[in-house]
Design a binder for this molecule. Structure first.
Ligand SMILES: Nc1ncnc2c1ncn2[C@@H]1O[C@H](COP(=O)(O)OP(=O)(O)OP(=O)(O)O)[C@@H](O)[C@H]1O
Ligand SMILES: [Mg+2]
Length: 321
């Protein structure tokens, strides 16, 4: 491999400058959520029968995999199931009404039901907080029915265990695991921007990378780790079932009919990629082949200019070295 023009170090500085959410921003957004969460806790201590039981930072900001382009903050809210509506739009109205009660200093129009979540908007700076309902029946491990942000269905899952699952992979490869996740997410965001039909959920990317990491792949060299990821997709054509035994035995993993089978690490019968069609999978496969070819070409290109041009096929014109 010729790497004189663009090597690991150049990818590291590209990631710092263009890909990653800066730490100060992440800290500021986490503090914003903490204030909301504490306000709910105060309200709960005065109204112990209140139906909203807990708010928890979820999504990329909680996992440390957020991109610079982050545009909302995901927060899961546990709603005691007994008297909450089961139908999604009614549930969102119910959640909005309860949030307004717990946060009286927010005006009604700052707390708005959307299709599958309720946004809490802050005046001035800060991002909107996207509150996603989880119907919860008191499970001590915090399993509950999460409203899918893809189609509004209820998914039995466990956010704290998801966070622990990712943390475990981060501990095994500090800095590198989350950096490679962010680089792949950045690539996927470019593909989405270029093609409305392209989809590749962040959680699926994290789970595929988790599987590669668990199989012993080192992420410490970014060009190589990226190449491995794209090669994996090209080799398997997304037809290999991916599951993990952190939280259940292999024998409990369900049988699925869908083309893409990436199973929730906390619920053996929840296929995280169940909505991905053959066409969605093929688009990922094609894009992965292109990206893999471009990285190969970049690693053997004779001039700096050509090398950069190939990396731009992966990361766009933002990539400069
Ligand atoms: N199909 C699903 N089954 C179970 N949990 C899910 C599913 N989809 C999402 N989640 C939960 O929601 C979290 C957010 O995942 P998602 O892929 O939507 O975005 P993200 O990690 O916040 O990334 P970004 O917002 O930067 O694209 C996951 O970490 C997981 O806990
Ligand atoms: Mg998110």
């Amino acid at each position: 491999m010729s790497r004189e023009h663009v090597n690991h170090a150049e990818i590291v500085s590209f990631a710092q400058d263009r890909v990653n959410l800066p730490k100060e921003k992440a800290d500021e957004f986490r503090a914003q959520v903490n204030r909301l969460r504490e306000r709910l806790e105060t309200y709960l201590s005065e109204h112990p029968d209140f139906t909203l039981k807990k708010m928890l930072l979820a999504g990329s900001l909680a996992k440390g995999t957020a991109l610079r382009s982050l545009n909302d903050i995901d927060v899961a809210c546990y709603i005691s199931g007994a008297d909450a509506p089961n139908e999604v739009s009614a549930l969102l109205e119910f959640l909005a009404e309860r949030l307004r009660k717990a946060f009286p200093n927010f005006s009604a129009d700052q707390v708005k039901p959307q299709t599958y979540s309720v946004t809490v908007s802050f005046r001035g700076t800060g991002l909107d907080v996207d509150v996603v309902p989880i119907l919860y029946d008191g499970d001590p491990a915090w399993f509950g029915n999460l409203v899918s942000q893809d189609d509004g269905s209820f998914l039995k899952t466990n956010i704290p265990l998801h966070l622990e699952f990712i943390r475990k992979r981060k501990r095994a490869q500090p800095d590198h695991f989350s950096q490679v996740v962010r680089l792949v997410k950045f690539w996927a965001a470019r593909m989405k921007a270029a093609d409305d039909n392209f989809r590749f959920k962040s959680f699926m990317i994290e789970l595929i990378l988790s599987k590669l990491a668990d199989q012993g792949l080192s992420f410490s060299d970014y060009p190589e780790a990226l190449q491995h990821f794209f090669t994996y997709l090209a080799r398997t054509d997304l037809r290999e079932k991916i599951y993990f035994t952190d939280n259940y035995p292999a024998s409990s993993v369900g049988t699925f009919s869908q083309r893409v089978q990436i199973i929730d690490p906390v619920n053996a019968v929840n296929n995280v990629s169940r909505l991905y069609t053959d066409a969605n999978a093929s688009a990922i496969y094609e894009a992965a082949i292109d990206a893999g070819d471009a990285i190969d070409a970049a690693l053997s290109a004779p001039t700096k200019q050509e090398t950069v041009r190939y990396w731009q096929k992966v990361f766009g014109s933002a990539f400069q070295a």
